[in-house]
Design a protein around this ligand. Structure first.
Ligand SMILES: [Zn+2]
Length: 419
């Protein structure tokens, strides 16, 4: 089969277009596929302005190129001077659309789909190296279809939402990421983490066919700004404090107690040396070495050990399934912590006491976890999603880049000719 015929078939050009010639430009290690229209084009055409079928060829626009998939290791490009038609009814002159054209200028649909597949699997920089394209061009390839698919998305069934902050780079630079807890997809990312991000979310909900009054649950961390945002914009939503956020606060408090104790007491410092990981983990995940360390430390009068026992007790409260029991466990825990903290003149349990106060203040939101069932599971994976997004967007840290990548990876978007 002659190559022109073969490419005619591979490119699925149909009757209206034909491959006129193949040029290999050895110097550029590139294959040029020259495509021209056939008379059949005008038989099928209609005017894009008035839909009249009385159109005929007028002239040709300047030659353009579209990057296509590689052919035998060589980069290939479709080259075509697109025909312009003239409508006999409305007299307008228009350029015929290339059926192979992707959403980004200068790329074919097949190339775009392949580039997206690579970007799904690896950092954009790496995909650029493989494809021999600049990363700027690949980012543009990502923006166009992601934007279009995201804009079309309907949020009409969204009733349970969660929000979490993504630390964009070192220092204080945050995105608030809103997710649909049932559909397990990222809905929106907005710069900042103050109450106003919830206003933006409410507005965007309207643009996507949803309604703020339909939202019945907002799963968040205990930041006052988020609580205010939910209350002011989503009057029907029950605030639920995400289990993982609550537990991580309690874990952090153990760390604080350990540091304080090591500073306050020399013999405690020696005992606590190289033990920080022990206190950050659950006993089931200790290494053999950490287990041994625990055996050495467990009978020493360390306040850190007590704070750790308090943490384990707190985690058990989450395992106590019925709501009545959970309330009871949380209240008992808070009383216990307060009593121990007051008995200790050194003040070392102060971080613990603060954690207990926080629990008391937020108890209804914490217990809502039981009323709403375990629907916040999706929130657990967000941190690894955030790190994956940052890895993929390495070197490109604008809000637009990171947002597009979040939507692409976790938005469950329907992208045409990609899937
Ligand atoms: Zn017309």
């Amino acid at each position: 089969m002659i190559p022109e015929k073969m490419f005619q078939q591979i490119l699925a050009l149909g009757e209206a277009w034909g491959v006129a010639r193949m040029d290999d430009q050895e110097s550029e290690s590139k294959v040029l596929i020259r495509v021209e229209e056939t008379p059949e084009l005008w038989a099928q055409a209609s005017c894009p302005h008035c839909q009249s079928q009385a159109v005929r060829g007028y002239d040709h626009a300047p030659e353009r190129r579209w990057r296509h998939l590689n052919v035998c290791q060589l980069q290939s490009e479709i080259v075509c001077a697109l025909p312009r038609g003239e409508c006999q009814d409305c007299r307008k002159v228009y350029t015929v659309r290339a059926p192979w054209e992707g959403r980004s200028r200068g790329l074919t649909q097949e190339f775009e789909a392949f580039a997206l597949t690579l970007m799904r699997e690896m950092p954009v920089k790496k995909a650029g190296e493989i494809l021999g394209e600049t990363d700027q061009k690949l980012w543009r390839t990502l923006f166009a279809p992601v934007d279009a698919a995201w804009t079309d998305l309907s949020w009409e069934n969204v009733i349970w939402v969660g929000a979490d902050e993504m630390n964009r780079k070192k220092g204080h630079n945050y995105l608030t990421v809103f997710v649909a807890l049932q559909a397990k997809r990222v809905l929106l990312a907005v710069g900042g983490k103050d109450a106003s991000v919830w206003e933006r979310f409410a507005a965007e909900l309207g643009n996507h066919n949803g309604h703020p009054r339909a939202i019945t649950m907002g799963a968040i961390d205990m930041s006052p700004a988020y609580q205010k945002g939910v209350r002011e914009n989503f009057g029907n939503a029950q605030i639920v404090f995400d289990k993982f956020q609550v537990v991580s606060q309690v874990v952090k408090a153990v760390d604080e107690v350990r540091r304080k104790e090591a500073r306050a007491d020399d013999s405690a410092r020696q005992q606590l040396e190289h033990s920080s990981w022990l206190w950050r983990k659950n006993p089931e995940t200790w290494t053999a070495k950490e287990g041994d360390r625990w055996t050495q430390l467990k009978d020493k009068p360390l306040v850190t050990g007590l704070a750790y026992a308090m943490r384990l007790e707190r985690q058990k409260a989450y395992a106590a399934t019925p709501l009545g029991q959970a309330r009871n466990r949380f209240e008992t825990w808070c009383r216990w912590v307060r009593t121990e903290a007051e008995a200790l003149i050194s003040g070392l349990l102060e971080p613990r006491r603060k954690a207990a106060e926080m629990v008391e203040r937020h108890l209804e939101g914490i217990l809502a976890h039981w009323r709403q069932g375990l629907t916040t599971a999706f929130m657990e994976g967000l941190n690894s999603l955030f790190s994956a997004t940052k890895r993929k967007a390495r070197g490109y840290r604008s809000i637009e880049d990171q947002t597009a990548m979040l939507y692409f990876v976790a938005g469950k978007l329907q992208i045409p000719y990609y899937g």
